[in-house]
Write a new protein. Structure first.
Length: 214
């Protein structure tokens, strides 16, 4: 169990290179690292949902065969992350339990539907996934930083999160590139990323902080 003195504040650079407009409050890392077992279960389900979203894109848009290979690679990587989370949950004496509802993704989807000036069905799906990956990347960076230098299984989790942060940074770019390819209009995609970043920042500001990934 960690004491609060071992928690480092997240660096201001947590959103560097990401399309995010608002950094997560450093308080989140303090809350999350106090309840790592709960966080890890929520995180495991995020990996499951990421894999499932990738599979969903392959099945839903057969007219876009360019999705197949990048999504296959993504699904395999997310499934590996899911298994790695389950390994750690079991090692720490926990169990996966039931799938939690995802208020962040629901809020993001709600805003997309409500505002109705998106990139179309596929473009919007790719944008939502891009932002989920980007926000996950930021949170993994924060956890890696907070757990740096900590001994034992909690410290090992910090190393795990540093590795996953790199994967999520790649994944957000994959979704952005796929959106550009699908629409054939890079300026439009970049403009939409700017807009969505504003919406996402508002959602992040509204959601209460807790031991969950989003
Ligand atoms: Fe992942
Ligand atoms: Fe990912």
């Amino acid at each position: 169990m960690l004491d609060s003195n071992s928690i480092r504040p997240a660096p201001a650079a947590s959103i560097e290179g990401l399309p995010l407009k608002r950094a997560t409050s450093p308080e989140w890392a303090t809350i999350a690292t106090k309840e790592l077992d709960t966080l890890l279960i929520d995180h495991a389900w995020c990996e499951y949902k990421a894999a499932s979203a990738g599979l969903g894109l392959i099945g839903r848009y057969p007219e876009h065969p360019q999705l197949v290979r990048p999504m296959l690679a993504l699904v395999q990587e997310e499934m590996l992350h899911f298994r790695q989370c389950v390994d750690r949950i079991e090692k720490r004496g926990g169990r996966l339990g039931a799938i939690p509802s995802d208020r962040y993704v629901k809020a993001l989807r709600g805003r997309f539907v409500g505002e109705g000036r998106g990139l179309g069905s596929l473009g919007d799906m790719l944008m939502i996934n891009a932002f989920v990956e980007a926000r996950s990347c930021e949170r993994f960076r924060m956890l890696a930083s907070a757990l740096e230098g900590v001994d034992g299984p909690d410290g090992e989790l910090g190393v795990f999160y540093a590795r996953l942060a790199e994967a999520e940074a790649r994944h957000w770019e994959t979704f952005r590139e796929l959106a550009i390819e699908a629409l054939g209009d890079a300026p439009r995609v970049h403009a939409r990323i700017e807009e969505v970043a504003g919406m996402e920042a508002e959602i992040i500001a509204e959601l209460p902080l807790g031991p969950r990934m989003h």
